[in-house]
Design a protein around this ligand. Structure first.
Ligand code: CAA
Length: 384
């Protein structure tokens, strides 16, 4: 085994596993049907320190390492992918961006309640015409004597409705390309910020994904995150961390689908024996186990690099690319092993399959991960 987890990491994993299986799992299928946001789960997760895990204690977090975080996130995803995506966005691109780029005052005002789980946060980067290419975003922020005035539409915003604060990017200088994008902290209730259309999604149905509309939304100067022009950098570095989270989420869902498939294969009889006795099924199980273990190693490797303070952009993208593609294959195989029953809502593999579909799309499509990876490879080659 390449990675030996510490006693503390194992303790966190076990604690979250118990909570996830006991509290999050039993209502996940129902929430998938009703699209009910698991607000009560998040309250409890906040109390357990899961909403700002990698944030120092003085800012309301748990000061856990990234390895512990990915273990915890995988355990939540095992039971409910909708819950895990909210946890992922909150921990990485919201809390870590505030920690890395926020002023002391911003940390006290926004990071403390976010990291302690008192409130949910969101990040608004994507727009109707700017997904993979966020530099082409159209939202604008124009300076006046009192601060900034924002206009534009953000799309596919995780926790768009239930968040209490949103980090939003907008163009502050059109002529500067990615260096002309800035980031703003906007609490809900700010006049000019409204929640728009809520998506009716194929999966992750208990997590809300909405438009956010900015109409002459006034944001004071001291709610700019980082410096003017830092917005793209903030988003990219937040996404590095976020992508390890999506990989961990993929691992958790894959593991759940795998365990369900093995259970089913042991109990289902055809041709007079449990189907697990047939080599056709055993080989599927072997391939799934191999894919899942490979993803686990990549995720722990990326997380460990981050913990050691090394550059991990490429490893995060590799882990995200591999794990998100892997979970789509594994959940499809899990349905195949379930046969006709896997195609019904009586078996949870159907939900796992739908939930997993977006993992190769959000926080950078698989195609974008290949761009990031190849850019990094070629950049490294230029080094002496
Ligand atoms: N960390 C910090 N800075 C970074 C960075 C990183 N990982 N990657 C790039 N940058 C900086 C570069 O240093 C450069 O800045 P300077 O010129 O000042 O040095 C700048 O960003 C531009 O870099 P590139 O030329 O490499 O960037 P690019 O324009 O070629 O695009 C891209 C790069 C990889 C295609 C990027 O646009 C990208 O990742 N696109 C996908 C966006 C994405 O993932 N969106 C998902 C949104 S969130 C979501 O999914 C919803 C959810 O809530 C779950």
């Amino acid at each position: 085994m390449l990675f030996k987890l510490t006693d503390e990491q194992l303790m966190i994993q076990n604690m979250v596993r118990e909570f996830s299986r006991k509290v999050v799992g039993p209502t996940a299928a129902e929430r998938d049907r009703t699209k009910e946001f698991p607000a009560e789960n998040f309250r409890q997760m906040g109390e357990l320190g899961l909403m700002g895990m990698m944030i120092p204690e003085k800012y309301g977090g748990e000061a856990a390492d990234t390895v512990s975080y990915v273990l915890a996130l995988s355990e939540i995803a095992y039971s409910c992918a909708s819950t895990s995506v909210v946890m992922s966005v909150q921990n990485s691109i919201v809390c870590e961006s505030l920690l890395k780029f926020g002023t002391e005052e911003q940390k006290q005002k926004f990071l403390v309640p976010l990291a302690s789980g008192e409130m949910i946060g969101a990040f608004g980067l994507t727009e109707p015409e700017a997904g993979s290419d966020p530099v082409s975003q159209q939202a604008t922020a124009v300076k006046d004597k009192d601060g900034w005035v924002l206009n534009g539409t953000k799309r596919f915003i995780t926790s768009g409705k239930y968040s209490k604060v949103v980090l939003v990017t907008a163009k502050t200088d059109e002529s500067k390309g990615h260096r002309g994008i800035s980031c703003f902290i906007i609490p809900k209730g700010t006049p000019g910020l409204t929640v728009g259309h809520m998506e009716d999604k194929m999966g992750l149905r208990a997590s809300d994904t909405t438009d956010l509309i900015l109409e002459n939304c006034r944001v004071p100067e001291d709610q700019m995150l980082g410096k003017e022009g830092d917005g793209f950098k903030i988003a990219m570095s937040g996404l590095d961390s976020g992508r390890i989270g999506i990989a961990a989420q993929s691992y958790g869902v894959a593991k759940a689908a795998f365990d369900a498939a093995v259970r089913y294969a042991k109990s289902r009889k055809q041709f007079g024996v449990p189907i697990v006795k047939h080599q056709a099924i055993r080989f599927q199980i072997a391939d799934m186990a191999t894919q899942i273990e490979a993803a686990r190693q990549l995720i722990l490797s990326a997380a460990s690099m981050k913990d050691r303070g090394e550059g991990y952009t490429m490893q995060a993208s590799i882990a995200k690319l591999f794990a998100s593609e892997m979970v789509n294959e594994v959940t499809a195989r899990a349905i195949q092993i379930h046969g006709g029953y896997g195609f019904t809502k009586d078996y949870e593999v159907e939900r796992f399959y739908r939930d997993a579909r977006v993992f190769t799309i959000y926080e950078g499509t698989s195609e974008i991960q290949r761009i990031v990876i190849s850019n990094q490879v070629l950049k490294d080659r230029r080094k002496p």
